[in-house]
Design a protein around this ligand. Structure first.
Ligand code: COA
Length: 259
């Protein structure tokens, strides 16, 4: 393992780095994510980069205390991991992911929190989610699950603290969207923006009436109708996408729901 350091991104050095591996500072996703981060860093969100001694960034982790998380979880007292990513693939399986995870765990311990939680999935295909294995190996346990395959994993620091849970009312939450097509999104993930622009073009071209809801606060994200929270597509009260999708996949979804 070559020399690497974890850099704490803050509002002063925010523009010095790539975010989520987007290097082009003019990329709409970079601009949106940086503006999003700037607000969230003030709220207690932590965003840490793993940088090799030659200045190359090879990973990052983003997490926030439950009260400020952008995932739909009930995790009072827990630190909630939004994203963890090491890249390129050639540097994976060398302990860098664990290094980032340990940074988050230590931070949560230092803050006297109950533990650390993360939303993951058993079927990762196309979901842009970290595999559960690294968390399980580190001592996380399955705390809750939600259809179709969401898992809430948690590491508790004290025996007696309650485990985090998914909200029990996702079905009731969907009631709000029981008519027509609704697209729920936020700038928490910079890759959402690109697909979203294309998706909005598609609905416009096809003349499909829809509702677009941007989640603008952590509280709104926590009240979202899906665990991942920051991107979903709902049609007549049913979730037809619970993670970011490409425009091509979106067009296929439209066919599947006969729109
Ligand atoms: C999940 C992820 C962060 C793990 O990163 P990583 O750098 O490979 O993590 P580590 O090297 O610490 O651990 C990975 C595995 O390698 C093993 N490992 C660690 N050091 C090793 C070494 N020196 N030799 C061999 N194996 C090693 C670990 O035991 C671990 O095994 P496991 O997968 O069975 O748990 C990475 O796979 C990833 O970025 N995935 C994509 C996640 C994603 O899509 N994120 C986008 C959302 S923002």
């Amino acid at each position: 393992m070559s020399n690497v350091q974890v850099i704490d991104v803050n509002t002063s050095n925010l523009y010095d780095f790539a975010h989520c591996f987007l290097q082009n500072h003019k990329h709409p996703g970079y601009i949106a994510k940086t503006a999003w981060l700037k607000k969230r860093l003030h709220e207690g969100l932590r965003y840490k980069l793993l940088v090799r001694d030659e200045g190359k960034w090879i990973g990052f982790i983003e997490y926030a205390p439950a009260a400020r998380t952008w995932r739909a979880v009930k995790a009072k007292g827990y630190m909630v991991i939004h994203c963890i990513w090491t890249y390129p693939k050639s540097i994976q399986h060398k302990g860098y992911g664990k290094m980032l995870l340990d940074t988050c765990i230590k931070d949560a311990q230092a803050k006297g929190m109950n533990g650390v939680a993360v939303v993951t999935r058993t079927s990762l295909k196309g979901t842009f989610t970290a595999k559960r294995d690294l968390f399980i190996k580190t001592g996380f346990k399955l705390a809750d699950s939600s259809p179709p395959d969401h898992e809430l994993l948690a590491m508790k620091f004290e025996k007696d603290v309650p485990l985090p849970k998914f909200p029990e009312d996702f079905t009731e939450r969907l009631e709000k969207y029981k008519k027509g097509l609704t697209i729920i999104w936020s700038n928490q993930c910079p890759y959402i923006g690109k697909s979203l622009g294309e998706i909005f073009e598609t609905v416009k071209k096809k003349g499909i009436k829809h509702k677009a809801i941007e989640l603008k606060t952590a509280r709104e994200a926590q009240a979202a109708p899906t665990p991942y929270a920051v991107f979903s597509i709902i049609y007549d009260g049913k979730v037809v996408a619970d993670h970011m999708v490409s425009n091509t996949r979106f067009k296929n979804i439209l066919k599947e729901i006969s729109l």
